[in-house]
Ligand binder design. Structure first.
Ligand code: AMP
Length: 374
């Protein structure tokens, strides 16, 4: 069982990676990280049932970086391969690797289709320790002799069920056939239909299975409403809501750090005290704001998604999405900050004209229509 109070330093990570989790603003490992990191560091294969938004990227990337750091030689050699279905995911994973591995002496790159392969080939020729790739482009470059997998010791197959949906399984099989047998494999999928289970069995050796609840499971306890509002009018609406309602402990979400600072300044002009927490604030400033919020001295905390992921505060009565996230799972995470431990909670979302498509994907994910506020 995941432990709510476990900290990163208990997982067996080296100091350079621990400091990277701090730089990223993570306070505690998410459940999938708690469950997967220790066995992955011990060299075990992992079968992970988890979707995007659970923190699964760090769950595989941190152990891989640690292994690479331990075995790295003078010349980069392709020792770790992460295969993921879309270019967006590939780019995101690559960004995460960059963040987590900032203090390590490793080379990595990302390749995907839809763009010229020139720069990708140049990077690969220079040599990399870790490669993040989508199947099509990888096969293409393997076919042209630019990439060889014979030295791969660590392999991650990410979002396997999406590979299946997108028709990539034959490509995946052609790639995995080229991998050395002696390797560590981590396999992640949000769902495990029979074809995926069979694929997992063929790739994994006595894996440790880790599963975390889908992120949509808390939604039903929360009273959700959406306000259709012009961008320029969000500020006024926020102040009104915060004044009128019996809002005690409100977490306001902003997509960006600048946005969070602006909201705090505007609320102050409107006579409402608020503080922001985000990655540009020092650890001390964040802790002070959180303590004030916890103790009830501060009623309104404005947070970015990354800063909020590690926050563990009971008694948040309201969550307000000042803007809607473009990743629907993030919405579920945000509103999940209220209605903790079975309590009820309220989640209000502001949606301007440009954000309508985000609302549509959120409603699709949670499989219900959010009530429109009058
Ligand atoms: P993922 O499921 O890997 O796509 O991660 C979703 C988001 O959670 C990313 O924005 C990560 O930066 C963030 N994240 C991952 N691990 C943690 C953590 N332990 N604490 C807070 N945020 C995290």
């Amino acid at each position: 069982m995941p432990d709510e109070h476990l900290t990163f330093d208990r997982l067996g990570l080296i100091p350079k990676l621990l400091s990277a989790t701090k730089t990223a603003g993570y306070l505690r490992p998410t459940p999938i990280q708690q469950l997967a990191i220790p066995p992955a560091l011990a060299g075990r294969d992992i079968l992970g049932c988890a979707q995007t938004g659970t923190g699964k990227t760090a769950a595989f990337a941190l152990p891989i970086l640690q292994h690479l750091d331990a075995m790295v030689g003078n010349k980069p050699k392709l020792r770790a391969l992460v295969l993921t279905p879309t270019r967006e995911l590939a780019a995101q994973i690559s960004e995460s690797v960059k963040t987590y591995g900032a203090d390590l002496d490793l080379w990595h790159t990302v390749i995907f289709g839809g763009v010229s392969d020139k720069a990708q080939i140049a990077e690969l020729r220079r040599g990399v320790d870790l490669l993040v790739a989508t199947p099509g482009r990888l096969l293409d470059l393997m076919g042209r002799g630019v990439v060889r997998l014979e030295d791969v010791e660590l392999f991650v197959l990410d979002e396997a069920d999406r590979m299946l949906d997108m028709g990539f399984l034959p490509d995946v099989r052609r790639i995995t056939k080229e991998l050395p047998k002696d390797r560590q494999t981590m396999f992640f999928s949000a769902t495990m239909p029979p074809q995926i289970r069979r694929l997992a069995e063929s790739l994994l050796d006595r894996p440790v299975s880790v599963a975390v609840a889908p992120v949509s499971s808390t939604v039903d306890l929360i009273q959700q409403e959406v306000f259709f509002v012009k961008k320029a009018e969000k500020r006024k609406l926020l102040a009104e809501l915060l004044r009128e309602e019996a809002v005690e402990h409100t977490l306001v979400f902003s997509r960006t750090k600048h946005g969070a600072n602006r909201i705090v300044r505007q609320l102050e002009k409107d006579g409402i005290r608020a503080e922001a927490i985000h990655g540009n604030k020092s650890q001390g400033a964040r802790t002070r704001a959180l303590d004030a919020f916890r103790s009830g001295d501060l009623n309104v905390l404005v947070a970015t998604d990354i800063a909020a992921r590690g926050i563990d505060v009971d008694g948040v009565t309201h969550v307000i999405n000042f803007d809607l996230p473009n990743v629907p799972e993030t919405y579920v995470h945000r509103i999940g900050r209220t209605a903790r431990a079975g309590a009820s909670g309220v989640a209000w979302s502001f949606c301007d004209a440009e954000e309508r498509p985000f609302l549509a994907s959120i409603e699709k994910l949670i499989d219900k229509k959010i009530k429109r506020a009058d």
